[in-house]
Design a protein. Structure first.
Length: 249
């Protein structure tokens, strides 16, 4: 398994948000996480990243066979974890181009610059856009595309997407989906060595992104798992409450 989460419980300011979460994701798998607001979806993401306000009280997170439960965030990122946030901050004084240079895995400066410019074009960003401060004055679609561009440069092995389709129009959803498939190597004939975990409320993005598994998170626990199309159909018909009593598929 690329990622193994076992019996995970997480507190924020003394309040338990996640309770006994089990989740196993292997290479070549793309999992979708559904659930109402406040169910704990973003908490799970941030706990996997190791953000300091999220206190793990039980359980383990194993990544690439190594226990990362108590590992600092920067070390987790260096081992190949990547994430897009639903509402990333604006960073004044830091140009997008400079940030991309810092996180790029390319060593030669001329190769790095060429890669950044070429990848920027795939996200409809010209040179002048790359010279803007990160997320300052960006539209919703530009923020999402900027985050994906950062991941394309970073080249992580396991990627978490926090509602990449929220606040963007259909044209941007299709562009974003294309790049998500590229990041996850869904466009390759051989089995991908990467994996993903994607939060979505709308489910529309799944018309373009190939998902292999789906889970519904309710009250801090995974209430139901199964095939993405079946889970989403059930949610549309019965709401999330119907998932509380469904059988594991």
């Amino acid at each position: 398994m690329l990622l193994e989460i076992t019996d995970l419980a997480v507190e924020i300011k003394g309040k338990e948000i996640l309770k006994d979460v089990d989740l196993y994701i292997d290479k070549g798998e793309n999992h979708v996480l559904l659930g109402p607001n406040g169910a704990g979806k973003s908490t799970l993401f941030k706990s996997i990243l190791g953000l300091p306000n999220y206190k793990i009280t039980r359980g383990e997170i194993i990544y690439k066979g190594q226990n990362i439960t108590d590992m600092p965030t920067d070390e987790r990122i260096s081992k190949g974890l990547g994430v897009t946030f639903q509402n990333p901050p604006s960073i004044r004084g830091v140009k997008l181009e400079n940030l991309l240079n810092i996180i790029s895995k390319e060593e030669k400066e001329e190769v790095k610059e060429l890669e950044i410019n070429e990848l920027g074009k795939t996200m409809n960003f010209d040179k002048s856009f790359l010279e803007r401060d990160v997320n300052v004055g960006f539209s919703g679609g530009e923020v999402k595309r900027s985050e994906l561009l950062q991941l394309l440069v970073q080249k992580p092995d396991f990627i978490m997407f926090d509602e990449p389709d929220s606040g963007v129009d259909i044209e941007n959803v299709e562009l974003i989906s294309k790049e998500i498939n590229k990041l996850l190597e869904n466009d390759k004939k051989e089995k991908s060595t990467k994996a993903g975990l994607l939060i979505t409320h709308l489910g529309y993005i799944l018309n373009f992104v190939n998902a292999t598994h789906a889970h519904v998170l309710l009250n801090g626990r995974i209430a139901c798992s199964g095939k993405p199309n079946e889970i989403i159909d059930d949610v549309r018909k019965q709401g999330f409450g119907g998932c509380a009593t469904c059988n594991q598929k």
